[in-house]
Each structure stands twice: as C-alpha cells, then as structure tokens.
Design a protein around this ligand. Structure first.
Ligand code: BGC
Ligand code: MG
Length: 575
C-alpha cells in the first residue's frame, strides 16, 4: 500500500511540475536595479556588480523574487550602457565576467533570479559589427540600415525626414561608407537591420549565451523601435507626417511615428524571442525563463505581445497605464479606468503586471506627491499579478534637481538650457540612499557620478528600518501579505467611490477577502464599502495602515462607514 501511494506520489511529481517551476513569475516581485546607482564597491563613485552582490540580502529582505539589471555590457556609455559595444562581455566599470558569475551564485543562494536588459534595437557605433558594416565587409554590410540619401538641388540630404527620440535627424552621414546610417536614438546608437535574418540570428545567440550562464530572462529594451517600415522597390522609405501641434522641427513629437514604431513585424519578433527562451527551458530544464518587454505602445498592440492561440509571447509586457497617465490631479475615476484598461483587455489566462517607475520616468513622490507614496505601493503590491518596482521607490526616494551644467543624460544634453528639465532623466538616477553616512552609504569614494539627494538623512534604508510606518516597512508588510492565497490567486473588483476614493477588493472562495482603500486627496471621507462590494462581513479588520491613519493594525470598522483621513491608504480584511 505504502509503495503504491509512494509510486503515485512520484508519478504525480513527474507529471505535475511544482508552481515554482512553471509559474514562479505569475505573482512575483520584480525589482529594477540601475547598476550605476545602486552600490559602489570600489570607490570610483559609480555602482558596480560587486556592489549589487553585497546588497542582494537587502533585496531578499524586501521580498524580491527577481531583479532586472539595466545594461552591464561593454559600452562607451553614450547612453549609460544602452549603447552596447560588446553584447557578450561586462563593462570594466561594472566589473568582469567573474564578478558577474559571483553575483549569479549569491543570487542563487538567496533564491533571487537575475534578469538582464537586452537592447535589440541598436548597438554602439563602437561595436565590432558596426565597424565592419561601415567598412562594407560582406558578412556585416547589411547588419545596419544604410542609404546614400537624396540629392535635392545638388545638395545631399538624408533619405527621410525621420526624427530621433533624442532630437534631430535619425540619419547620420558616415564618411567611410559614404552613406547615411539610421539611428532612432543617438548617432552613437546605430539601429540594427532586422530585415536581415543574420541579425535576428546573431541577437538570438546573445540571448542563448546569457541564459546558459544562468540568467532567468530579459527585459527587452525599446521594442516598438526595432522595425521600420519595409523600403519600397527602389529601396526608399516614406516621410512621416507632421503633428501640427508641435512647432520645434527637431523634437521627436514633431512627427507621427507611423513608419518607425510599432510595425507588425515587431510582434512576431517578440514571439521568436520567446521561442528561444522556451528552447533553453527545454535544454536546461529548471524554473521558467521570462521576457519582460518595454513598449510605450497602444493597448491593443501590447495585448498582442502576450501571444495568441498559436504563439507564446512576452509573459510580462510592461503595463505603463498608470505610469504614463496618472498625474498629480488625477481623480479616483481616472485611476479606476486605468486599472480596468489592463484588467479588462488582457487575454484570458494571462497575468497582469503593474509598473510605477523606472530609470526613464520621474519618481512617484515627485510626480504625485510624497504623501501618495504608500498609496501607490499599495496599488503595486495588492493588485493581482506581478509587481515591478524601481530601486528606491520602496523607501520613497524623490527626484533630485540637477543643474544644466551638471546634467549628463544625453536626452537632455542634446537639447538646451530651456528644455532640459522636461527631458532629463538624471533626477531619477541618483545614488541609492542606504544610510545617513556620507554619500548616503552609496560609496566610500570622494564623489559620485550624480549628486546624492539632500534628503538622504531622512530617506534611507537604515533609518526607515527603525520606523514602524516608514515607506520601507509598509512596503515590507504589503509584500508579506502577498503570500496570502487571496492575494496570490484571488479575483479583483475595482471601484471609484466618488472622485476621491479608490477601492478594490480581492476575493477567493474559502478565504478572507482583502480590500485596499485609498483616499487620494485631502478631504476627510466616509465611505460605504457595501455600496460597491458584495459579500463583505459587516465588520472589517485593518491589516495595513499608513502614517495618515487614525487607526492601527487589527482595529475593526463597520464596512458601511469607513472613515478615511486625508491621503489615508489602508488594506482591510473580512473577519
Ligand atoms: C531605455 C532608455 C534608453 C533607450 C535607448 C529605452 O527605452 O529604457 O533608458 O535610453 O531605450 O536604448
Ligand atoms: Mg564602482
């Protein structure tokens, strides 16, 4: 009998892979590290791999499942690593391959998965592929997008009017090759030519290389830009139409990018990258490997990234609905609409993800106000699916103002003193605030590549560990709550209760329900949760409170009259 049931168990174990293997990412907490600014181990004022390895325990402390690192590859750093010169090696600024292997080993001990940034759209102009392409070497000559240009009234001009994301023409003349090359970003970031199958293969090999090293997947950069429209039979492309509301002809938004973004071929490429991931899943076994895709694109396009009935796609097409649309004045109806946008349009059996910050976007505390930080972390961590946190948001770091003279971000430097503040991404990339020591404990050196926030004595990990209702401790409590079955698997119902209060209920048969209630504004509010949710117990218990609350954890309230202080954000549960 015993042997029989043992055999049955073994059989079941064989046919039923554990949740960790096939679906660890479905309820995961992803954490984005911007390596230049996380932790400096060697005193040069720039963060590095050994710094990350030293601090992985912190990621564990806050319950991180997987961390994605902005690019760590060999690079002249024209776009701080998003200009890769060698897709197969580590930049010496960050360390070397041995350091990376140590990082992987430590991550494995702590059960944290490492995800790398994959930049398919372009390489650096210092990449060997580009140098060979410019020299016209047979194997590489079509690795990039080249064109001899047009001659108008005897004057040579770029082949199209296309404008770079970082201002100015997308075309730069190359003396050696006697042709223009395409770059959707900086001139130092030439676009790879995805209409050349050799390029597609070469980039798939890059994925294979790092997966075999032990990474669990990739965040894919700037996906909508990978393809341009196919050239006509003469090898020419059409101009893009104007956006009449923009007058600056150098500005990216001057044109409507119908020929240089979101081409249909892009979707198929994402499916092909997923195939590579699955091929390595087969080859190496173990836990699932994942794709996270960065695309600022229309919802219907993003939903196709997930896959269709015949193809798997990106498990995590970043959901930028909140990040791109919420502002200081947004009301609860607006929040609710944006949450619904994703939840209601997602294909059946796919998983939602919530992204509130990254290294390109102003921080929550600055965009929405420091007194809304806990509320947004509550959204991030109690909505169903995957949370994606940008380093420092969990302690409530805010943007750091940096003068034009000290600005280093190319997106801003390509503009001018009048425009740079709108464009610069430096303020969100400043050193991580570990403690109240000099340079916030980020470095032992004597300077940092970007200034440290002058708020670091108040906003830092060490101090916040000791304050019961600090941003960090609230984040940790929310994270712990995510282990509850209801938060892992439960349904969600989202409602605005008037313009000021957003509420959503998570429920799972046979388990407690949890209700997140956020007072977005500064009026005291009294809400009747029975008016919008069914099957609540008449009394509810406080599970998480923020420092605006007059109530404490474990207090109880009637569901039909929950009193909310200005900017109060809470999680309640049924009793
Ligand atoms: C990255 C940026 C980068 C750009 C070009 C993006 O979307 O997130 O930081 O500048 O791609 O690679
Ligand atoms: Mg360093």
């Amino acid at each position: 009998m015993l042997t029989k049931s043992l055999t049955l168990c073994c059989l079941l174990a064989l046919v039923l892979p554990t949740l960790a293997e096939v679906g660890w990412w479905r309820t995961a907490q992803f954490y984005q590290i911007y390596p230049r600014s996380f932790k400096d181990s060697d005193g040069d004022g720039v963060g590095d791999l050994n710094g990350i390895t030293q601090q992985l325990a912190y990621l564990k402390e806050i319950g991180t499942t997987a961390t994605w690192l902005s690019p760590i590859f060999t690079s002249p750093m024209a776009d701080f690593g998003y200009d890769v010169a060698d897709f197969y090696d580590i930049d010496p600024l960050f360390g070397n391959m041995e350091d990376f292997e140590k990082l992987l080993e430590r991550a494995k001990q702590l059960d944290i998965k490492i995800i790398l940034d994959f930049v398919p759209n372009h390489s650096s102009d210092e990449c060997d592929w580009f140098i060979r392409s410019a020299a016209g070497e047979e194997e590489y000559k079509d690795f990039y997008v080249w064109h001899t240009g047009k001659v108008v009234n005897g004057i040579r001009q770029p082949p199209t009017n296309w404008i770079s994301v970082f201002r100015g023409s997308q075309w730069t003349w190359h003396e050696g090759r006697q042709a223009y090359y395409l770059h959707q970003f900086l001139a130092k970031q030439p676009d790879l030519n995805y209409r050349n199958p050799k390029v597609v293969e070469a980039m798939k090999d890059v994925l294979r290389f790092w997966l075999r090293k032990g990474v669990y997947g990739f965040r894919i950069d700037a996906v909508p830009h990978v393809f341009e429209v196919a050239p006509d039979s003469n090898g020419d492309w059409p101009d893009e139409p104007r956006n009449e509301y923009v007058s600056d002809p150098e500005d990216y938004s001057y044109l409507d990018h119908i020929y240089t973004t979101n081409q249909p071929e892009t979707i198929d490429l994402v499916y092909q990258f997923r195939q590579v991931i699955e091929e390595i899943d087969q080859e190496l076994g173990g836990d699932d490997r994942v794709l996270l895709t960065e695309a600022y694109a229309p919802l219907d396009v993003l939903m196709q990234y997930y896959g269709n009935s015949t193809h798997n796609g990106s498990q995590i097409p970043f959901n930028f609905e909140l990040l791109s649309n919420i502002n200081f004045n947004s009301d609860a109806y607006h929040y609710s609409e944006l949450l619904h946008n994703w939840l209601d349009n997602m294909p059946a059996d796919k998983v939602a993800n919530w992204v509130l910050g990254n290294h390109d976007q102003s921080r929550i505390g600055t965009r929405l106000g420091a007194d809304r930080i806990d509320a947004t972390n509550m959204l991030l961590l109690t909505l169903p699916g995957i949370s994606v946190n940008y380093q420092g948001e969990e302690i409530g770091m805010e943007d750091v103002w940096i003068s034009w003279e000290d600005t280093v971000d190319p997106q801003a430097c390509q503009s001018n003193q009048q425009e740079f503040e709108r464009l610069t991404r430096d303020p969100v990339r400043t050193p991580f605030q570990w403690s109240d020591e000099e340079f916030a404990g980020f470095t032992n050196g004597s300077s940092t590549w970007l200034p440290v926030s002058d708020k670091y004595k108040l906003v830092n990990v060490k101090r916040e560990r000791g304050i019961a209702l600090s941003h960090l401790n609230i984040y940790k409590q929310l994270r712990a709550l995510r282990d509850e079955p209801t938060l892992k698997q439960g349904d969600v119902t989202v409602n605005a209760i008037g313009p000021n209060v957003l509420a959503f209920k998570r429920s799972l048969a046979g388990h407690k329900s949890y209700i997140t209630v956020i007072n977005i504004n500064d009026d005291v509010e009294s809400v009747n949760l029975d008016s919008v949710f069914t099957e609540l117990s008449s009394q509810l218990s406080y599970v998480v409170v923020n420092d605006k609350s007059a109530r404490r954890k474990n207090d109880v309230t009637y569901a039909n009259s929950v009193l909310l202080m200005p900017k109060e954000a809470i999680v309640l549960s049924t009793i």
